[in-house]
Design a protein around this ligand. Structure first.
Ligand code: GTP
Ligand code: MG
Length: 202
């Protein structure tokens, strides 16, 4: 049944939910990237509500498929999505959706990307080959994104221009540095993304 207001007017898509503030802009942001680059860590570090996660224990079935050599402490993996919420200021609230990283769960990405204004593509420079697919995904779909270098040990001090060349980051696409465990650096990455997406939209 169609919903109607108390005065009989039909509800429309632009109506604000009861109790919601009209001046608050909610934006959906994807946190994407290859296996084990720190997506779940970033969503958990930023979220002001207990993050929803769908972590499952990795089993011997992952052996030879998922490269845990540089993240040996990793024992679980995201099988569906992460979810968190970040209020940037009085007018902007971001809903973060973390994607699964294992390629066999990538069919989820199209669902998660629906309605998103942009994506933070996390990169681990120790496994650069695993990063191209995520960058290609957003470039091919025309969805604004920023490339966020997650500063794992031994990956600092690399020249940004070299990284842009190596990753074939498109011109105009911002490149930022984050520590996925640190909310300040991750918040800065989100702000860069929102500014980039807004600039692209005008
Ligand atoms: N040193 C360091 N370790 C990190 C950082 N970010 C994540 N980690 C560790 O790296 C591992 C991978 O983190 P996750 O957040 O599970 O990665 P993910 O991208 O969600 O992984 P999948 O969902 O399985 O693709 C974890 O053991 C984290 O503790 C970082 O910035 N620095
Ligand atoms: Mg994860």
């Amino acid at each position: 049944m169609d919903s109607v207001h108390a005065d009989g007017r039909a509800a429309t898509a632009t109506d604000v939910a009861p109790g919601a503030r009209r001046d608050l802009l909610p934006l959906k942001i994807l946190v994407a990237g290859g296996f084990g680059v720190g997506k779940t860590t970033l969503v958990a570090a930023l979220s002001e509500v207990p993050p929803l996660s769908t972590e499952q224990q990795m089993t011997s079935l992952s052996d030879g498929v998922d490269d845990t050599s540089v993240v040996p402490e990793k024992t679980t993996t995201t099988v569906a999505m992460d979810f968190g919420r970040v209020t940037i200021d009085d007018s902007l609230v971001l809903y973060l959706f973390g994607t699964p990283g294992q390629s066999r769960f990538w069919f989820m990405w199209d669902e998660l990307a629906r309605g998103a204004v942009g994506a933070v593509v996390l990169v681990d420079l120790r496994r650069i080959d695993d990063c191209f697919a995520a960058i290609d995904y957003f470039e091919n779909r025309g969805l604004p994104f920023v490339v966020a270098l997650n500063e794992f040990p031994g990956t600092d001090g690399v020249d940004d221009e070299l990284v842009r060349d190596a990753l074939a980051v498109p011109p105009g696409c911002p490149l930022v540095h984050v520590d996925a465990r640190d909310d300040d650096s991750c918040t800065r990455a989100l702000i860069v993304l929102v500014e980039h997406a807004l600039a692209r939209s005008v």
